[in-house]
Design a protein around this ligand. Sequence first.
Ligand SMILES: Nc1ncnc2c1ncn2[C@@H]1O[C@H](COP(=O)(O)OP(=O)(O)O)[C@@H](O)[C@H]1O
Ligand SMILES: [Mg+2]
Length: 266
Amino acid sequence: MLVLSGVSYRYAGYARPVLHDIDLRLADGEIVGVVGANESGKSTLCLVASGLAPGSIGGALTGGGLSIDGEAMADKPLHEFSTRVGIGFQNPATQLSGVTGSVFEEVALGPMNLGLTQPETVERTKAALATLGIDELWDREPRRLSGGQGQLVVIASLLAMRPPHLVLDEPTAQLDPEGTRLVGEALRKLAASGTAMLIAEHKTDLLDDLCHRVIALDDGRIAFDGPAGTVLEDERLVALGVDLPSRVRVASALVSRGLDPAAVLA
Ligand SMILES: Nc1ncnc2c1ncn2[C@@H]1O[C@H](COP(=O)(O)OP(=O)(O)O)[C@@H](O)[C@H]1O
Ligand SMILES: [Mg+2]
């Protein structure tokens, strides 16, 4: 379980915090989605939840703290985070290691660094590639992949490490509908095995399908927090710059034409 209690955070060199009083709990196996306009603080929240902020990039928590499995994480060295929280950034190019010659090696790098045996590393690597439907990319050079392929490889690398908590910042930003579907399925399986996940994402159809809970950020504060189905039906999200899921838009379009969605969609 990963818990943020009353967290406020400011970037280095800035007086004003960009996150304010964030309370967030990720129970084991729980998938929590994060929505909000650009600049509302989604990426910053991902950095803070994974310990990279302030641990790696600096700045400071101006209030509250992060705990993982009951242990306060303030002032813990970064390696204490790396085995407990995996993080995937929006732009895969920044996260490919740059030191491997093939996708297989790239995905195997994480488990190898965890000190796993070779058979275990190979098994996890194959499983991660298969789960994301990218087995056939195994011998490709990572730096020659398309953006979408790179994004799948980065997610495969994270899956292969099997972290107990996973933070993903717009994991499907560069993916087509099929890639998005594969990522959704992989994440659902991972959650079923107990992994807790925080996913910042604009694609509310994916979050609607996948998440147990959704929070909406407005200028660095939590404006909505509740069951995914309920939060994502709230028309007030539109004013925050969030697209409602298509099922919600279809239903309200029907209602505005005087039709009963239950009858039409039955
Ligand atoms: N490295 C940084 N240094 C200073 N301010 C930043 C940095 N990154 C983001 N910000 C600011 O933090 C706020 C939240 O940004 P961000 O977390 O990237 O939002 P989102 O991911 O929702 O677009 C914005 O006002 C943004 O300008
Ligand atoms: Mg962002």
